[in-house]
Design a protein around this ligand. Structure first.
Ligand SMILES: Cc1cc2nc3c(=O)[nH]c(=O)nc-3n(C[C@H](O)[C@H](O)[C@H](O)COP(=O)(O)O)c2cc1C
Length: 339
């Protein structure tokens, strides 16, 4: 039976040539602190396209300057950013990859000069800044920034948009009762804590009708926090709003320890996929072709997202194919050395 890892997957009319996704990874390489694409990005992402990754999701890209994690993050808060992304997208597509971008706002995890924003004025830990509690205007401006970011991503030619709702950044801070202590309509009940994400998705969808992914942290690792069961409800709402796939990560909304082992987040993907009847991506210490194949064949996810393994091996699709005893198409320039 042919490997499912190398079978195509279609999301909203966009067909990925295989199930391998380069998980978003910040490379902190916008050296001029202006959020622009640099040669490093061109080389780094294009190498994985040459390596036959099906979908490349460009790292957390800030929708506002204060939404960056660091001054070296990529940004999409200005029309000036579009040209750089257009070039990056064209390079990736030239080698057969589909190109995605992760739209992000760091919230209270921004390590920047000046004011940083969050649902409540609570720092992540004692070493980090205390954020300002967002006003309704701050919230409306942020929703608008995700929308204009999505509009620019569409202009740049991206195939896929992923909204960053994980890892304790702004959207995750609103979702979790551990970081959201608001008493207005953006805090308290589950649907109130979901309100920001609901508004962001609706706003993005007014300018984007392509595949939409949301990355979530499906476990807070805290007794008063959220679990994958809670995320079934969020995923059902996202599905109703037209989100196509949930990229299931976990943790980092509070500094709780995480017990990490191969495939540790796969059960959360499985819970959400079955619980909400929605497509999912699994991520976290997925490193071998056999492991990836097990996840897909047992319907625990529709896509596998790899991060660090693709840093070590940009041609991991070839490595995985060899492990599974099959051969995949090579870039024609590499045919003599690919087998
Ligand atoms: C250098 C680095 C940068 C990362 N940056 C991001 C990011 O921009 N957005 C995001 O959602 N996750 C980010 N992550 C998390 C990865 O996407 C992935 O979820 C995590 O590393 C687990 O997968 P792995 O075991 O395959 O590395 C980053 C991870 C690394 C190692």
């Amino acid at each position: 039976m042919p490997a499912k890892l190398f079978s195509p997957f279609t999301i909203k009319g966009v067909t990925l040539k295989n199930r391998i996704v380069m998980s978003p990874m910040c490379v902190y390489s916008s050296h001029n602190e202006d959020g622009h694409v640099q040669n490093w990005h061109r080389t780094h992402y294009t190498s994985r396209a040459v390596g036959q990754v099906g979908l490349i999701i460009v790292e957390a890209t800030a929708v506002t300057p204060q939404g960056r994690i660091s001054p070296q993050d990529l940004g999409i808060w200005s029309d000036d950013h579009v040209d750089g992304f257009q070039e990056l997208v064209a390079l990736g597509k030239e080698h057969g990859a589909k190109m995605g971008i992760q739209l992000a706002h760091a919230g209270r995890k921004a390590v920047l000069e000046g004011e940083i924003l969050a649902p409540s004025a609570l720092p992540f830990n004692e070493k980090m800044k205390t954020p300002k509690e967002m006003t309704k205007t701050d919230i409306a401006d942020t929703v608008e920034a995700f929308k204009t970011g999505a509009e620019r991503a569409a202009k740049a030619g991206f195939d896929v948009i992923e909204i960053h709702g994980a890892h304790g950044y702004l959207i995750n801070e609103f979702l979790s009762p551990l970081s959201n202590k608001r008493s207005d309509e953006y805090g308290g009940s589950t649907d109130n804590r979901y309100r920001l994400l609901r508004e962001v998705i609706d706003a993005v969808k007014t300018v984007w009708n392509g595949p939409l992914i949301v990355r979530v942290s499906a476990h807070d690792y805290h007794e008063e926090g959220l679990t994958a069961e809670d995320y079934i409800t969020f995923a059902e709402w996202m599905k109703e709003q037209g989100v196509d796939l949930i990229d299931v990560s976990s943790g980092a909304v509070v500094p709780a320890p995480i017990h990490v082992y191969p495939g540790y987040q796969v059960p959360y993907s499985e819970t959400i996929k079955k619980g909400a009847d929605i497509s999912t991506g699994a991520v976290g210490l997925i490193t071998s072709g056999i492991q990836a194949e097990e996840i897909l064949q047992n319907d625990r996810a529709d896509l596998v997202f790899l991060a660090r393994e693709l840093l070590r091996d940009p041609y991991w699709p070839r490595t995985a194919a060899k492990e599974l005893g099959i051969s995949i198409e090579a870039p024609k320039q590499y045919e003599r050395g690919w087998v």
